[in-house]
Design a protein around this ligand. Sequence first.
Ligand code: ADP
Ligand code: MG
Length: 350
Amino acid sequence: MARQTRLHEFRLIEQLRRTFGRTGPGVVRGIGDDAAVITPARGRQLVLTTDLLAEGVHFDLRTASLEDIGYKAAVANISDIAAMGARPEYALVSIALPVSYTAQHVLRLYRGMMGACRPHGVTLIGGDTSASRRGLFLSLTVTGSIPAGTALMRTGARAGDLLYVTGTLGDALAGLALLSGSRRRRAARSLTSSERQFLIIRHHRPAAQARLGQALSAHRLASAAIDLSDGLSGDLHHLCEQSRVGAEIDAASLPLSPALRAYARSSDTDPLALALQGGEDYELLFTVPQTKQRALHRVARHQGRQLTCIGMIRPPSFGVRVRETSGRVRRLPVTSYVHFRDVASERSPW
Ligand code: ADP
Ligand code: MG
């Protein structure tokens, strides 16, 4: 029988280096020295992001595995790089581990993390390790790069630009609701198991849209971009505030998955509310000048990506509004999960 060993920091780091450390063409020195050494590519700018996750605040080990948590932490960071239109490249990972943890726990966390990093070519180049008296802490820093001057900012949207999203909206929130609330678990019995699976996977294993983000910047298609981590209504407001513009979205056009529609029906929830409030989908929301629309659709076809035009950027005086299916246009509130009170307390706010 395999013996569970207590953590030995240096042995653990060595094991992480052997299992997950890679040297790539740009890596002069990765894990194992006082700091990593990277050769920057000529003519490119660095793009850097970091996230700190605390057990009980951002994730709950009763509803997610260590692999899930690692995976999603990496996706959240890669998605930030994607929303800048940049290529994700390197990761630094800091962990504070409860004393009960063994190397196996840490390897599971890293397996999830590197499972999300590998398809994007992200290399683990270092980190830090500490003990924790209270729960697991995980901090990821992901760096990327982009040709100088081409990063997609939240500030570039102009009145008349078209508003686009990738994929479908609200699935991750419905997945979380299925895992959390008992009332919604009951509602879930009327979903097929593949619908249930789809929503839960969208919650635990979202995908970062790095390839599309890079195409948007490389072909100068998008005027502004943001990734959907807080939910469409909140993130659209961020984009509009930063660009000093208004926006009008068309409720009927919001892309909803069949599983989300089924969930909304069975739990007697408004699917539109799910789409507007749902966080952690990690889809991209971006604006495109009308002259670029055809080129955008060519790129989306080429990548096999679902893109939906959900509205248009308006002058600042218009505010941020939604055209309901009835035709009524109302102000879009920055929604705060009031419909999901039982979930809200457990919802991870990253
Ligand atoms: P220092 O005392 O200089 O911080 P460490 O012993 O913490 O050195 O780190 C040694 C090497 O191991 C460094 O390259 C560091 O980046 C890497 N490292 C430490 N902890 C982790 C971790 N949790 N994940 C990945 N790399 C790590
Ligand atoms: Mg250290």
